[in-house]
Design a protein around this ligand. Structure first.
Ligand code: SF4
Length: 509
């Protein structure tokens, strides 16, 4: 799936077929630098992680100002907007909604009042104990505080309210106390008027990295965002770690014992190829997955083509290992997924053709191996196979650089409900038949894990094997509220209480 599919049309199956990222976060503390512009370029590098809204908050020691709106980073900010954001500390956010609708009130950074001032909070991930947090916020300060008062329905607004609920404590101490109550996946980047903070959940599900500038510090979802602002990568923010940066330097403390369960899907699709995760190049990992895929699912063919762009490194690896030539057979209309203009009904019927166009000269008369990163509903692959046959391909063999996606993600990635996942209930051959391919091969889960060089026990693989490392409340995820198979969810760790419905949570704020 190509990144950036969410915006074109919520009604188009073909264009909504891929997994949707959850958010990108960026923070910088750098006196003397134009921190808003650093945040802007950092967010630009993280645009693939969220394209619904963007925002930057800047602190100057006395005040905290936030600017946010619906749209892409380039649509939300211009030079004059950035020039109004002056200070020495900034946090930025690009959003794809998981909890809370895609609307202005829910754009981030989210503001909250603290005993000493204001906090601006950006969140990548998805919390699993929002009902418990809501109760806690109600008990401590009531639910008419901060952005909750203005209709913000995100789990992030609850955390911002919780941060402000500890009278007489510094934000650093309040955050450490509050974070001990928060369950689920979170990479938080936040600031007050003077200090930059970053915190990562004890499982470290979503990535978060720390970098340094000549006179400052940066935190970001991916190392690629550090590169783009000229920051050197220092290390990952550790699972269960809270970092604070201000004129007194960098301070680190633990708010929970680490139990690493990093997201395996970051390696497959979510992260940029020029990012490193756990010291491993994402691009190199994807090329290696392609090599292994060629060994596990060889086939005689004339040409290996990727589904651009996320299938490209694995296709390179497949071609390299198999000795079958690599070529471009599909051309991507790169910017069509980045528009907010709703396509007409006629255009919607074109589906995937709006985004990908076959190169007839390359594919006609050839036996093709088409490499993609994942299959969610199968609509994209079905349309692609049909399109390539129409363009003259004699055989279309589909190879997938991840195992079948059988389970939904509750930790900040929006695939689909379980019933919509094509691999839920269908065998590989039935999926092959459904998408119309001559053959279909997925890389094995253990092979994929090996290519990351991360220990299996330190990875979340729940969307592939259904073993959820953090307890999932049955009714929390909007996309699976009505899924009868949720009662079958295997869970391998104990956690917080169930909530009865997300609507109840929304309705009480
Ligand atoms: S369920 Fe899948 S996408 Fe979600 S965190 Fe786990 S590995 Fe990543």
């Amino acid at each position: 799936m190509a990144h950036g599919e969410a915006q074109l049309s919520e009604e188009s199956d073909h264009l909504e077929d891929g997994p949707q990222d959850a958010c990108g976060v960026f923070g910088v503390w750098a006196p003397g630098e134009e921190v808003a512009k650093l945040a802007y370029f950092g967010l630009y590098a993280l645009q693939h992680r969220g394209q619904e809204s963007a925002g930057i908050a800047v602190g100057n020691g006395d005040n905290l100002l936030v600017y946010k709106d619906m749209g892409l980073v380039s649509q939300v900010f211009d030079e004059s907007a950035l020039n109004t954001l002056r200070g020495h500390v900034a946090v930025g956010h690009t959003r794809y909604s998981t909890t809370g609708a895609s609307e202005w009130q829910n754009a981030q950074p989210t503001l909250g009042a603290t005993p000493a001032g204001t906090v601006a909070l950006g969140h990548n991930g998805n919390l699993t104990n929002t009902a418990e947090l809501l109760e806690l916020v109600r008990e401590r300060v009531g639910s008419h505080v901060g952005e909750l008062r203005y209709g913000n329905t995100t789990d992030t607004a609850l955390v911002a309210a919780l941060f402000g609920s500890y009278a007489g404590r510094t934000l650093q101490d309040s955050a450490a106390a509050a974070l001990a109550h928060v369950r689920g996946a979170f990479s938080f980047v936040f600031c007050d008027e003077s200090t930059l903070y970053a915190a990562r959940d004890p499982q470290g599900v979503r990535p978060l990295v720390l970098g340094s500038l000549e006179h400052g510090w940066v935190v970001a979802s991916e190392t690629a965002a550090l590169d783009i602002v000229g920051a050197s990568v220092i290390r990952e923010v550790e699972p269960g770690e809270l970092i604070a940066v201000d004129a007194d330097g960098l301070r680190s403390r633990r708010f929970a014992e680490p139990d690493p369960k990093g997201c395996l899907f970051e390696f497959v699709y979510l992260a940029r190829p020029d990012t490193n995760i756990s010291g491993r190049s994402v691009h190199e990992t994807r090329v290696e997955i392609g090599r292994r895929l060629a060994r596990e699912h060889p086939i005689d063919a004339d040409l290996v083509i990727p589904v651009p762009e996320s299938g490209t490194p694995a296709a390179v690896g497949y071609a390299e290992e198999s000795g079958i030539p690599y070529g471009v057979g599909l051309v991507k209309n790169s910017y069509v997924g980045r528009t907010f203009i709703q396509p007409s009904q006629t255009l919607r019927q074109l589906g995937i053709r709006l985004k990908l166009n076959p190169l007839r000269e390359m594919v006609a008369g050839k036996r093709l191996i088409v490499v993609d990163d994942s299959v969610v509903r199968g609509n994209t692959q079905r349309a692609l196979v049909g399109m390539l046959r129409e363009a003259g391909a004699t055989e279309v063999h589909v190879r997938i650089s991840s195992p079948p996606v059988k389970w939904p993600c509750f930790y900040g990635l929006d695939f689909a409900s379980r019933t919509e996942l094509i691999a839920n209930g269908l065998s590989v051959d039935e999926i092959r038949h459904s998408i119309g391919a001559d053959s279909l091969g997925y890389v094995a889960l253990d092979t994929l894990i090996e290519t990351t060089t991360v220990a299996k026990k330190d990875l979340c693989r729940a969307c592939f094997d259904g073993v959820y490392p953090i307890e999932v409340p049955r009714a929390q995820h909007a996309g699976v509220l009505d899924d009868p198979q949720l009662s079958e969810l295997p869970v391998d760790t104990p956690g917080g209480p169930e909530i009865t419905s997300r609507e109840a949570y929304v309705g009480t704020i």
